[in-house]
Design a binder for this molecule. Structure first.
Ligand SMILES: Cc1cc2nc3c(=O)[nH]c(=O)nc-3n(C[C@H](O)[C@H](O)[C@H](O)COP(=O)(O)OP(=O)(O)OC[C@H]3O[C@@H](n4cnc5c(N)ncnc54)[C@H](O)[C@@H]3O)c2cc1C
Length: 284
């Protein structure tokens, strides 16, 4: 189908983009890589009168090191994120997830910020942002604010972003030296997961010193497997210890039931995938 007609604006600064959003209010919609929005427009599930394209704002692209954080511009494409040496060194979990995200074409068009702003519970990056304690920098009419990952994801396809706000960058605390693994269970290649697990682990002297685990598609938002994380802290790095902690992986989850699997199936998957992800992240 062809989308409903819309006007197209391509501002070259965040200030101009914010002004466009303020002027057009509910009639305007941001477009980033278009990989999620364009299908929605073509199916006429949404028909904004104005599209505000962030693609010509250079300050929204790129990856840099700032103190204890790696800062990823919202408009940085997945392919750039996946190949970035700073992220590989200090937040390896990001690259582990991006290599499984969609196909090469989508990874070249789709953006890090666009995927997180879209907040699809089956999207791969939310669990990663949560596991790494990312901070989301949001520009709006009243200035800039920073929202922790725990508060950014509000509900199904809903974030802390207001209609008149722009996600400008995502700040990832360094996890240098931590092992990382993304375990994704799909029905067909290059698709959203039925369930996936983002795990990053710090191993010290043959024991798990700390583990951070994010769950994809186990509720309306990405979730942290906190009970499992707590059970793992200080445990020896053995299959038995990880398997017994993985029994707690589904605490606090509310997985959906759909044609790909019911909630019980997803709970079972989460138990299996968290065990695999933690062992792989720890290099066991
Ligand atoms: C066939 C296919 C397979 C895919 N497979 C996967 C997959 O396996 N895993 C996965 O995680 N994703 C997958 N995706 C989605 C892909 O990751 C998209 O890149 C992502 O969902 C949206 O990013 P985008 O830059 O294209 O954003 P857009 O589609 O342009 O925008 C998405 C939404 O976010 C809003 N938005 C975008 N940027 C900002 C911003 N900076 N500030 C505020 N709001 C903003 C837009 O208004 C829109 O509502 C797939 C997509 C397709 C088409």
């Amino acid at each position: 189908m062809i989308p409903a007609p819309f006007d197209y604006l391509a501002p070259t600064s965040v200030a101009d983009a914010l002004a466009a959003l303020a002027e057009h209010g509910d009639d305007a919609k941001i477009i980033a890589g278009g990989q999620s929005l364009l299908p929605v427009l073509r199916m006429r599930l949404n028909a904004p009168e104005v599209l505000v394209d962030l693609g010509r704002i250079p300050s929204l692209r790129g990856i840099r090191e700032e103190g204890d954080e790696i800062v990823v511009g919202a408009m940085t494409p997945h392919a750039t994120v996946g190949a970035d040496p700073l992220l590989a060194e200090h937040a390896a979990l990001v690259g582990r997830a991006v290599e499984h995200l969609a196909d090469a074409q989508i990874r070249h068009r789709g953006t890090f910020g666009g995927a997180l702003a879209h907040a699809d519970p089956a999207g791969d990056l939310g669990a990663v942002a949560l596991a790494l304690d990312a901070r989301f920098v949001i520009a709006g009419p009243a200035g800039t604010r920073t929202v922790p990952a725990e508060e950014f994801f509000v509900d199904l396809f809903e974030t802390a972003l207001g209609e008149d706000e722009i996600l400008t960058e995502v700040r990832l605390p360094k996890h240098t030296g931590w092992g990382a693994h993304y375990e994704k269970f799909v029905r067909v290649a290059h698709q959203w997961p039925i369930v996936a697990v983002a795990a990053t682990v710090r191993v010290e002297g043959g024991a798990i010193a700390e583990a951070r685990i994010g769950l994809t598609n186990m509720g309306n938002t990405p979730l942290r497997a906190r009970a499992m994380e707590e059970a793992l802290a200080g445990q020896p790095l053995t299959e038995d210890a990880v398997a017994s902690a993985a029994a707690l992986a589904t605490d606090g989850t509310a997985p959906p039931s759909d044609l790909n699997g019911d909630a019980d199936y997803r709970r079972h998957l989460a138990t299996v995938l968290t065990r695999r992800a933690v062992l792989a992240a720890a290099g066991a």
